[in-house]
Design a protein around this ligand. Sequence first.
Ligand SMILES: [Fe+2]
Length: 416
Amino acid sequence: MIIKKGKLPATPHTEFYAIPGVLALEMIHGSYGFSGPWSRKMHVRSYPTEQVKAPVKADFNFALQAPKESEVLQPYHILTGEMPYGGDALRARKPIVFGPRTVMSIIKPTAGFSENEYFRNGEMHEIYYVQNGTGTLHSEYGSLPFQPEDYIVVPKGTTYSIDLASKQAWFMLTESVHPITFPQHYFNKGGQATLMSPVVETEIITPELFAPRDERGDFTIFVKHNGGKVTKTTLGHHPFDVCGWEGALYPFVFPIKNHHGIAREIHTAPPVHQTFQAGNVPNNGFSLCSFVPQMEGWHPKDIPAPYGHFNVDSDECMFFCNVSYGARKGVIQEGSFTFHPGSTPHSPQGHAALKSTASRGKISARLAVMLDTYFESLTITTEGFKYCDKEYPLSWDDAKWESPTNETWEAESPTE
Ligand SMILES: [Fe+2]
């Protein structure tokens, strides 16, 4: 969606003065060369190129390391709820799975960014999912408040900081070399979401642009690049010195429950839950799906639990925001992150298929985020493996599950 905030010249690349006598300077934030979505920003006095100290290697990085156990193909269950809180929202980023084009991390900070510290991802576009915590993401595009159950989409190259209003926060972050957008097939030729789409593009929340920060000083911008390396750069002026901008590339918030689920009489495959995509789906990139509360199938013989499956061209990751996901009941906890790599077949555990029949035609309470890559293998990191439920590969063993009586599965209906 193309939007405009603040003040800028009516005609691009023409003289403009936000401060009398000081020429405002134009900056294009572009993607796909000069051919993809872009935004035009007007900086009141200085280009965001004015480094006043030599760039140096930062004293932290987001290097990707795999444990030797990753050489054995297995499904993983990472208990991200057991990962400790600590650090600031910049340095607390912990990658848990990665591939050549995608990185997924958990961030559980107890503080926002330090004063005059900013971050720019120079190699990947980002999408945060807020499991808990409230705060504001500030960028040159303005201020974007967030709360639990929000997605925050941050294009590569955005300079930002995060303030926390809560004592801690819990984010699940996905990074992609490709821009992250709503699926293109949800849009008509005029660029609007169709009336059949589960997302409505006007339901995004965009940054509020305040007065430009026309300030001198040392402002540190940590830039991530080249596989998790971080370089410390220093600007001689405040990076949020924009008086106006217009375009289609900017950070925005989309609450997960603005994904309006589409139900069917019988079980529907996950593409109906797709909220975002990266790249040229299904040839590369990924689909990001939202499993929001919605009515289970109402066919008199419907089995609401999913079928066993493997999408051989996808590695599948799933973050469970709550435990109301029938197919994994008894296995998952809040923040469970399952990862089924390398065409690993997977299915509901135990007698979940039978038990799910009790939820026919009822509203589920589930909430989960799923990411399926296309033609990209992911690997678990050493940090992710540390928090793995080592029993998970055997969790489908029938011997572990007692046959339910009618009473138990009615009582344990995943929908209530
Ligand atoms: Fe799956």
